[in-house]
Design a protein around this ligand. Structure first.
Ligand code: DGL
Length: 282
């Protein structure tokens, strides 16, 4: 069974893609709605909340948990993998994030390769990254991209209000105005130059991808995080088959929330209409 963890609803953009792509796998989703949004929280708080979420999913039988949240991936994934998992009682368990697959796709370089290789060594594209304040301040996207592509210009834009606005179902006009402002800031920093590629580095943002498309220059190609993550998981499961298989909940994956059941179930319609509703957990 594979668990997905997010601060709230955003990870459902990854979840719904994985459920469609891997019909022979069981998935469980946990949204920490009680503590969302994570994007403006401090790092130790995010590590702590993410660890609790991962442990809850492990206790539900998930041996593999994906942090379907860029903020949790940027801030907590490495700490959990390197410092926490090795000293806990979870042998044979793992945790993955969504930043690594995006860096691989953006740099066309495997994660394990951490020095510039030809031809990426000479790539001089511009890559834009939109994310929460915490994801951007972690610097993880630019650090990891530039390790592999030192000539690439990485423009990282914090979007402090956007995930929260999507989470509460803000109207189209408000979302439009916010995205226009963030894209305007990007273009100012880029000196009018259109970035070749764009990473929507927050799992909430694919829900309003068309608004980004409307404001970005037509030549800027958005790397689809749900698709990139699904490709990366397919490759990971092929190399680690012990994490896959045995479906018992096919078509009806469990959705868990720490939040208010009425409130989160109402907005589920907007994110994943096929969902059968959330179950509340502490
Ligand atoms: N969906 C999350 C992400 O990918 C974070 C949203 C939030 O909780 O601020 O960054």
């Amino acid at each position: 069974m594979i668990g997905l963890f997010d601060s709230g609803h955003g990870g459902l953009t990854i979840f719904r893609t994985l459920v469609g792509r891997f019909p022979d796998h069981d998935f469980v989703y946990l949204g920490d709605h009680a503590n969302a949004p994570y994007g403006n929280r401090g790092s130790s708080e995010i590590v702590d909340l993410t660890r609790k979420g991962v442990e809850l999913l492990y206790s539900r039988g998930c041996k593999l948990v994906m942090l379907a949240c860029n903020t949790a991936s940027a801030v907590a994934c490495r700490t959990l993998q390197r410092d926490w998992l090795p000293v806990t009682d979870y042998p044979g368990h793992n945790v993955l994030g969504v930043v690594a697959p995006m860096v691989e796709a953006a740099t066309q370089t495997p994660w394990a390769v951490t020095s510039p290789q030809y031809p990426q060594k000479f790539n001089s594209d511009t890559i834009a990254v939109f994310g929460t304040t915490r994801t951007i301040s972690s610097g993880v996207y630019s650090e990891e991209i530039r390790k592999r592509c030192p000539k690439v210009t990485v423009l990282e834009l914090p979007c402090p209000e956007l995930a929260g606005a999507i989470e509460v179902g803000a109207g189209e006009a408000d979302l439009n105005a916010m995205v226009a402002k963030y894209v305007g800031q990007l273009m100012e920093r880029a000196g009018g130059y259109a970035p070749e590629r764009v990473i929507l580095g927050c799992t909430h943002f694919p829900l309003i991808e068309e608004i980004f498309v409307a404001h970005l220059p037509p030549v800027s190609r958005i790397l689809s995080q749900p698709e990139v993550v699904a490709d990366s998981l397919e490759d990971y499961l092929a190399r680690h088959p012990a994490y896959g298989g045995e479906t018992s909940t096919r078509g009806n994956p469990t959705l868990l929330t720490t939040g208010n059941l009425d409130h989160v179930s109402q907005s589920l319609e907007m994110f994943w209409p096929q969902g059968q509703g959330f179950e509340r957990v502490e």
